[in-house]
Each structure stands twice: as structure tokens, then as C-alpha cells.
Design a protein around this ligand. Structure first.
Ligand code: HEM
Length: 242
């Protein structure tokens, strides 16, 4: 519901990059409680929305999502769909501000947009590390043995700056071929929302540039610390003028 967006956004921000341990704990308590209440309301008065559909969906075996699974699925979909795209737009604009020549080129030719969004995903993808993986057997990688049973954290942001895969990998270049980046993960858990996220990113960046011809950063690049935390890469604030 539109009225609840500010509260939702604050909880969601705390859950990916806390401002304090207390605020984070509060968010983990309040968001599921809010969603449980919303689910109860949808259960009695279903609408044409995803939450109502998830409440009433029954799989082939006749199984329904349990109340806890339903809340877990909502948190996953809403956070996975929100914090990621927000930071794609933020990080992408930040990179353009830092490369004014490329910003001007993009404004002059939106044919560059698709490639630009892919490069934004590669250069500063909003998801830095994937969720934990478990080694089912001993795995040898780069001269190191990962023993069976250990958890593994894969730094996708690091892989996307791999100089063996991308020439001058630390350079932002909207004209490069950035295909093969793994900003949306890889394999079984490849991002469910990748086509939607790409579409949202292209629409948002283009709309911003078209509506705000004088859009510019209103801070020094060095004044914009990255959020702390392992999952999401983004600035807490990106002050602009237009
Ligand atoms: C730029 C935007 C996005 C990025 C960079 C992104 C990135 C990712 C990554 C890296 C994973 C895999 C995590 C892992 O393997 O541990 C993932 C999974 C997922 N994403 Fe996204 N995502 C984005 C947008 C979205 C959107 C818009 C939605 C939904 C509306 C979404 C829903 C999901 C879901 C449900 C999964 C879990 C898939 C599974 O485990 O099978 N994502 N995303």
C-alpha cells in the first residue's frame, strides 16, 4: 500500500545496511509483523495482487505456503526486488556523474542505454556477494582446497572486475561489451527478477536524464561513503541538483 511505503523503505534499508544494531533489530521485528497483518487482511479480502495470489496458490501436491513461508517469500521478493534496483539506479548515476563525457554521450544517444545499464551492473552491481553456498565435497580452486561442509561466500563484485575477463576492468565504459558479468548471480539461483530489473533500470535512468536535463551531483565523490554490509553495494545518500 502506497501509504506504508516510507515505513517499509526504512525497514528495508535497515535490514540490508543497518544504522544501529537496535534499529536493525526493530526492523526485523516490525517488517514481518506488518506483513503478517497485511497477509491477514488480504486473506479476508483478496485483491488482484501478488500477495493475494501467493496466499491462495496451491501446488500440485495440494500444499500451500505456511504462514512463515509466506512471510519469508514476501520479505525475499520485496527486499530482493527493491534494494537491488534502487542501488542499480543510484550506483549507475554515480558512475555517470563521475564520467561526465559518457553522461553527455548517453544523453545524446539513448541507443547506448542498454549497454550502459549492463556496464552499471558489471562495474558497481548492487549485490556484492551472493548468499552463502555450502561445499558438498572438497573443491580445489585457485590452489586452495575448500573442504566439504564449509560455507563459501562468492564475491560477485570482485569477479566482475576480474582483469582476466574484462580488459581494464576498473574502468567504467558504457560502450564495452560487458556481457558475461555475474551481477545477477549464476546457475540455479540466478535472479528471478533480472528481466524486470533491467527494464526498470533502463526506464528509470532514461526518465531521469530526460526529465532533468541539468541533473548533477551535489557533493564531492569522496563525501559519499559506501554502505557497510556484505550484501548490498550502494551509497546511503546520493545528493543531486536539477
Ligand atoms: C538490479 C537489480 C537486481 C540484482 C543485481 C539482483 C541480483 C540477484 C542475485 C545476485 C541473485 C542470486 C543470489 C545468490 O545466488 O545467492 C538474485 C536472486 C534473486 N532475485 Fe534478484 N536482483 C535484482 C533485482 C530483482 C528483482 C526486481 C526481483 C523481483 C521482483 C528479484 C528477485 C530475486 C529472487 C526471488 C531471487 C532468488 C532466486 C532463487 O534463489 O532461486 N531480483 N538476485
Amino acid at each position: 500500500p502506497a501509504l506504508d511505503r516510507d515505513a517499509f523503505r526504512a525497514w528495508s534499508n535497515e535490514m540490508v545496511a543497518r544504522t544501529s544494531p537496535e534499529a536493525e533489530a526493530r526492523a526485523y521485528q516490525e517488517m514481518p509483523a506488518y506483513l503478517a497483518e497485511l497477509a491477514a487482511a488480504k486473506r479476508s479480502r483478496p485483491g488482484q495482487d501478488l500477495l493475494s495470489a501467493m496466499i491462495h496458490t496451491v501446488d500440485e501436491g495440494g500444499d500451500r505456503l505456511s504462514p512463515d513461508e509466506l512471510i519469508g517469500m514476501c520479505v525475499l521478493l520485496l527486499i530482493a526486488g527493491h534494494e537491488t534496483t534502487v542501488n542499480l539506479i543510484g550506483n549507475g548515476m554515480r558512475a555517470l556523474f563521475a564520467h561526465p563525457g559518457q553522461l553527455a554521450d548517453l544523453r545524446a544517444d539513448f541507443g547506448l542505454l542498454e549497454g550502459a545499464v549492463e556496464e552499471m551492473l558489471r562495474y558497481d552491481g548492487p549485490v556484492e556477494n551472493c548468499t552463502d553456498r555450502l561445499a558438498l565435497e572438497d573443491v580445489e580452486m585457485g590452489g586452495v582446497t575448500i573442504p566439504a561442509g564449509s560455507t563459501v561466500l562468492i564475491a560477485m563484485a570482485g569477479a566482475d572486475r576480474d582483469p582476466e575477463r574484462f580488459q581494464q576492468a576498473d574502468r567504467f565504459d558504457i560502450r564495452r561489451d560487458s556481457r558475461g558479468h555475474i551481477a545477477f548471480g549464476h546457475g540455479l539461483h540466478y535472479c528471478l527478477g533480472a528481466p524486470l530489473a533491467r527494464l526498470e533500470g533502463r526506464i528509470a535512468i532514461r526518465t531521469l536524464l530526460e526529465r532533468c536535463p541539468d541533473l548533477r551531483l551535489d557533493a564531492e565523490e569522496t563525501e559519499l561513503p559506501w554502505m557497510r554490509g556484505l550484501l548490498i553495494r550502494g551509497a546511503r545518500e546520493l545528493p543531486v541538483r536539477w
